[in-house]
Design a binder for this molecule. Structure first.
Ligand code: SF4
Length: 223
């Protein structure tokens, strides 16, 4: 792993993102859900192991019926499960989000915790979910490491890690703090369209000259 021009890499991803007709949004969420900590938290839990379109459908149905912690904690679990039927593991998620709503209502006066430990004490909230809520809903400096951020950061050589938690830790060392919040948004769409899990489109990549994976593949091909 060599030292990378991180600002230049992020600038290029940013330029690519702003050229798109519809720039990406974090984990495919409607902007108003992202601004509200409660809806951001619940939608992020729903998004786990689920496609963006399905998260969107489920969140829209759920928030139309149960928009607050009090409404959600009082709802029958079967009704919550029916509303979020579009997401994977919807029965387990229904149980978890009902409990999250109860804890927030009863133990936090209806206010979502704004620190990582408070968030991670909630059911089904790991570091990725907690950091997404901190970054997007609370606008705090946090790096939300999902599967795209983890894969791309390792491919480029920004980090060398085998787990998303370690990727987050290493990114915090190399990415300037003011840019932490933008990492997820920039890499998610890039990972869906260019640096895809299978057969990344190196030929369309604006940062390939900085990428260790690209260099290794070129070396192997004798270029
Ligand atoms: S060169 Fe290829 S592997 Fe490297 S970041 Fe670009 S698309 Fe991903």
């Amino acid at each position: 792993m060599t030292e990378k021009p991180v600002d230049e890499i992020l600038d290029r991803l940013e330029a690519r993102s702003s050229q798109r007709a519809s720039p990406g949004s974090a984990i495919g969420l409607e902007p108003s859900w992202r601004r509200d900590p409660f809806t951001m938290l619940i939608a992020t839990v729903l998004s786990q192991r689920t496609r963006d379109e399905c998260t969107w459908i489920a969140s829209e149905k759920l928030f139309a019926k149960y928009p607050t912690p009090q409404a959600l904690m009082s709802a029958p679990e079967e009704s919550i499960a029916a509303a979020i039927g579009a997401v994977n593991f919807h029965k387990g998620k229904a149980r978890a989000i009902k409990e999250i709503a109860r804890i927030i209502h009863e133990e936090h006066d209806g206010i979502v915790p704004s620190d990582i430990d408070g968030l991670m004490a909630l059911p089904m909230v790991g570091r990725k979910t907690a950091n997404c809520v901190l970054a997007y809903a609370f606008e705090k400096d946090a790096i939300c490491v999902d599967t795209h951020v983890h894969r791309i950061s390792n491919r480029i050589g920004l980090v060398c890690s085998s787990s998303p938690d370690s990727t987050e830790e290493q990114l915090r060392e190399v990415v300037p703090r003011p840019r932490w919040r933008s990492v997820n948004e920039l890499m998610v769409r890039f990972g869906q369209e260019i640096c895809t899990p299978l057969r990344p489109k190196h030929e369309q990549c604006p940062i390939r000259e900085f990428c260790d994976t690209f260099s290794r593949e070129n070396d192997r091909n004798g270029c």
